[in-house]
Design a protein around this ligand. Structure first.
Ligand code: PXL
Length: 281
């Protein structure tokens, strides 16, 4: 059985970060170890959220694991609460990176052209550095623009997406994948670039007209789970696009619930079924 480590906050309510990663990756049959970087009452899109920093626990927890000779098949990071946490997490990568494991960084910090309330441009530059230590990065267009210094555009075309991917690949990860790519009416998906083979790949499915926080976390978690199930990189992203779409579709049945994240639970049977298929070959 594969074992991964995911490092992100716990937003107690709001279905994002660890409350999404842990159930989804576990459901995909992968042992999911966690390091909670902070505990918040909700994600930061609510007003008056509480925030308890847990970063002083990261070194002792990981030192203990080093003593126990623990290894991980992948390390996946999402929302990190401060620039200092990025440095600490970079050190965790150094402790557990091997020749065969994968580091996946979702630089969760911005959307729709804006940084989340807790962050500034210096944080984005630091996150770009963490992306340089990853094998795979999965930013959305806003995050990519903040990390590369390139312009954020609402209207997308293929040349713009490819140009952004090449700039992202300059950060240092082997695989860069842009999420939320919309090049065709009614479709949403990803385009990726493999800097070793110099090849682009892409995958799209139906665009459901609902915006909800946490969909990026559902997406990245699913991708990690699919990779750990032996799927190829493009197929893993296809599984993630399909499942994320399905969770949004489920959530649309009850629009009032969207501030509380997507109804990913209802789509888990779909995910397990989808995991058995390969749609790209
Ligand atoms: O990745 C989404 C996310 C995770 N954690 C916290 C957040 C958000 C998005 O707003 O605020 C605390």
């Amino acid at each position: 059985m594969k074992r991964i480590l995911t490092i992100q906050d716990i937003s107690c309510l709001g279905r994002c970060s660890l409350t999404v990663a842990l159930p989804i990756i576990s459901a995909m049959g992968v042992e999911t170890c966690i390091i909670p970087t902070a505990v918040l009452s909700t994600h930061t899109m609510f007003n008056n959220f509480t925030f308890k920093d847990l970063q002083d626990q990261i070194e002792p927890i990981t030192d203990h694991w080093v003593d126990e000779k623990i290894e991980f098949d992948a390390i996946y990071t999402g929302y990190l609460g401060s620039a200092e946490q990025i440095d600490i997490v970079a050190h965790v990568f150094d402790k557990f990176k091997t020749d065969s494991n994968l580091i996946i960084v979702d630089p969760a910090m911005a959307d729709n052209g804006k940084l989340y309330p807790a962050f500034d441009e210096a944080f984005a530059k630091k996150m770009a550095g963490l992306c340089g230590k990853a094998d795979i990065i999965v930013p959305n267009l806003t995050e990519a623009a903040f990390m590369t210094g390139k312009e954020y555009r609402e209207t997308q075309d293929e040349a713009y997406i490819k140009d952004m991917l090449l700039a992202l690949s300059g950060l240092g990860a082997r695989i860069s994948v842009l999420t939320g790519v919309m090049l065709e009416e009614g479709k949403i998906g990803v385009m990726g670039y493999d800097s070793e083979t110099k090849e682009f790949f892409h995958y799209y499915n139906t665009l459901y007209p609902l915006f909800s926080h946490g969909t990026g976390d559902v997406f990245a978690s699913t991708c990690v789970g699919a990779l750990m199930n032996g799927k190829s990189i493009p197929e893993s992203f296809a599984v993630a696009v399909d499942y994320t779409g399905q969770t949004i579709k489920e959530t649309m049945e009850d629009e009032t619930k969207k501030d509380y994240g997507v109804s990913f639970e209802l789509a888990i049977p779909y995910l397990l079924d989808r995991l058995k298929k390969n749609v790209l070959d």
